[in-house]
Design a protein around this ligand. Structure first.
Ligand code: HEM
Length: 165
């Protein structure tokens, strides 16, 4: 297995880790808000795992964006074409990285809610909104198998669905 393939598989798999942690964190923050529950060290650890997974994802994503099989440094577009006019490259070089970067920043900021000098209920509420908006962005920017042109498999190693062109 090449480095590119290993990175791609890890990137694909980590998506599920992030989505599951994000959903659990959202459910916990909703129950924390509505039940007026304390913000526990368990909540803090969950946020830390989520943030670390996202930061690993960011590093892998940056590798792919620059040096992966469709990376900016490893791809030569035909003379005179702009990546902005190509739906495949516009997605993988701009839309996907930008939306995911914003989502990861929101998760990083939201996860820091426990440091704020506010009530536990307010911490849950703040966490909820940052994580919720991040979830929407992630769901919108994942190359799901049902998407046109950029479709990708649900799990690592499943047949590749689309290539540029
Ligand atoms: C929560 C954050 C992210 C999620 C959930 C996510 C999800 C995914 C998924 C599911 C794929 C398809 C994998 C496959 O074909 O098996 C993908 C591909 C890709 N992602 Fe991300 N991604 C995230 C963040 C990022 C970031 C921050 C960047 C860039 C800085 C990035 C760059 C890429 C690139 C370039 C590809 C195409 C790789 C290739 O086909 O060789 N991703 N991403």
């Amino acid at each position: 297995m090449t480095l590119d393939t290993a990175m791609l598989h890890l990137h694909n798999f980590l998506r599920w880790v992030i989505l599951i942690l994000l959903l659990v964190a959202l459910v916990k923050s909703i129950s924390g808000m509505s039940g007026n529950k304390p913000y526990t060290s368990g909540d803090r650890k969950l946020g830390a795992f989520l943030m670390i997974s996202c930061h690993i994802m960011l590093l892998i994503g940056l590798y792919q964006l620059l040096a992966g099989r469709y990376g900016i440094l490893t791809t030569t577009l035909p003379e005179g074409t702009s990546f902005m006019k190509d739906k495949f490259y516009r997605f993988f070089w701009l839309e996907h990285p930008l939306m995911m970067f914003i989502a990861i920043m929101l998760i990083t900021i939201g996860r820091g809610s426990f440091r704020k000098p506010i009530s536990d209920r307010a911490k849950h509420k703040r966490t909820f909104w940052f994580f919720f908006i991040a979830l929407i962005l992630i769901l919108a920017a994942v190359p799901w198998p049902f998407r046109e042109i950029v479709a990708r498999p649900l799990f690592p190693g499943m047949p590749h669905i689309n290539a540029p062109g």
